[in-house]
Design a protein around this ligand. Structure first.
Ligand SMILES: Nc1ncnc2c1ncn2[C@@H]1O[C@H](COP(=O)(O)OP(=O)(O)O)[C@@H](O)[C@H]1O
Ligand SMILES: Cc1ncc(C[n+]2csc(CCOP(=O)(O)OP(=O)(O)O)c2C)c(N)n1
Ligand SMILES: [Mg+2]
Length: 352
């Protein structure tokens, strides 16, 4: 968002967004400015919809996160859900509640402009038009918080969208990219005394600027090999448990096969393993394919790693097992992020 015309009031901010996100996408017949947007999904496709909150204090801290990162992550969360189902983005909708001081004070206006520039850079990278939203004053006076909700609309060829429920016993389990980097970078950021003022590049910042795996997902759909898929937002252990329950299977993970992100590796072996298994917000894809399917070592420039195998569901056995070198199988408990858990439970995870 250009700084020369700073928003004044709700209408000023909306007009600014309308100017900055002007689109000529053929998918948007009518965008920002009316009661509804009108979208045109391609013929023969189904429409996919996802929504996610970005809440101050829960998903970011104003004193720790650069505003560009907050805008980027807000959109990345929705795009990652579309990627998890092999969908292509059609349009995004952003609902934003802002403390009134953010529009009246220069510092607040600058924050908003940077938030939108982070969001817009990612939107342009993936050609996602912002087709609407809602803007409101956040209640609470001096203590008011920034609250955002992103809705992503996508499309996929009829009957082809990847689900959590499509995996079979015997399927191989893969992840894209590396694990634990987001939790490691976040722990470093929350440990600093001052907010990171500016970042030179969005690359190599797994927490601040995650890269939604839309291209990998599209390639997987084209190849028709994946049987099930989920994105890793809450942590591998929790999202794998969702996939296992939805597909009615058990899973066996090889600890040594886990692709640990270098930022996590720096924390030492125990913390690195914890970040890779339970740290959330890596926004990598966890997917399954028949063990006989030939899987390349990378897709769309992103490494793929086979980390385990699915087994027939036996309630007498743990849902998830971790094969630990020199020690044998251990139950892998679901230990990722959970809203409404006691604060110490999620906080402990960050500190470790
Ligand atoms: N308040 C809600 N009302 C209706 N559906 C919800 C609500 N919260 C979550 N869901 C649905 O529950 C499912 C799981 O949500 P969630 O764990 O947030 O998924 P994800 O990790 O993909 O964001 C999704 O289908 C989501 O749409
Ligand atoms: C200030 C701060 N504390 C902690 C976290 C870590 N964190 C917050 S929510 C979350 C999990 C993902 O969020 P959720 O709302 O559950 O996303 P969804 O699974 O619905 O996509 C994690 C790891 C963070 N990002 N920022
Ligand atoms: Mg969600």
């Amino acid at each position: 968002m250009k700084k020369r015309s700073l928003p004044s009031g709700e209408l000023g901010l909306i007009e600014q967004i309308q100017r900055d996100f002007a689109t000529n996408s053929s998918a948007v017949k009518l965008g920002i400015g009316d009661d509804c947007a009108i979208l045109r999904p391609p013929a023969g496709c189904e429409v996919l919809v996802t929504t996610d909150f970005t809440l101050e204090g829960r998903h970011f801290r104003r004193d720790a996160h650069p505003p560009e990162s907050v805008g980027h992550r807000c959109l990345a969360r929705g795009l990652s859900d579309l990627a998890a189902m092999g969908a292509t983005p059609l349009a995004a909708f952003l609902s934003l509640a802002l403390p009134s001081s953010m529009l009246t004070k220069a510092e607040g206006r600058t924050w908003i402009a940077k938030f939108f520039s982070g969001l817009r850079a990612l939107a342009e990278l993936h050609s996602v038009p912002l087709a609407g939203g809602d803007t409101s004053e956040s209640p609470g006076g001096k203590n008011a918080l920034i609250l955002a909700d992103i809705v992503l609309i996508g499309y996929a060829p009829k009957g082809k969208a990847l689900r959590r429920s499509g995996a079979f016993p015997g399927d191989a389990l893969y992840v894209t990219g590396q694990l634990g980097g987001a939790a490691a970078e976040l722990a470093g950021m929350l440990g600093r005394r001052k907010r990171i003022a500016s970042v030179k590049t969005t690359e190599d910042h797994p927490h601040m600027f995650p890269e939604p795996r839309l291209d990998v997902a599209e390639a997987l759909l084209r190849r028709g090999v994946a049987t099930a898929c989920i994105d890793i937002s809450d942590g591998l252990s929790t999202d794998l448990a969702h996939l296992c329950r939805a597909s009615g299977v058990n899973a066996e993970i090889e600890q040594e096969a886990l692709p640990i992100h270098p930022l996590a590796a720096r924390l030492g072996a125990k913390s690195a393993l914890h970040a890779a298994l339970h740290g959330g917000e890596d926004y990598e894809l966890l997917f399954t394919a028949p063990a006989s399917a030939r899987m390349p070592t990378s897709l769309a420039g992103v490494p793929l790693t086979r980390i385990g195998t699915l087994k027939a569901r036996r309630t007498s056995q743990p849902l998830m097992t971790l094969l630990v070198p020199d020690s044998g199988p251990e139950e892998l408990k679901q230990g990722g992020w959970e809203h409404f858990a006691k604060p110490s439970r999620n906080a402990k995870k960050k500190a470790r």
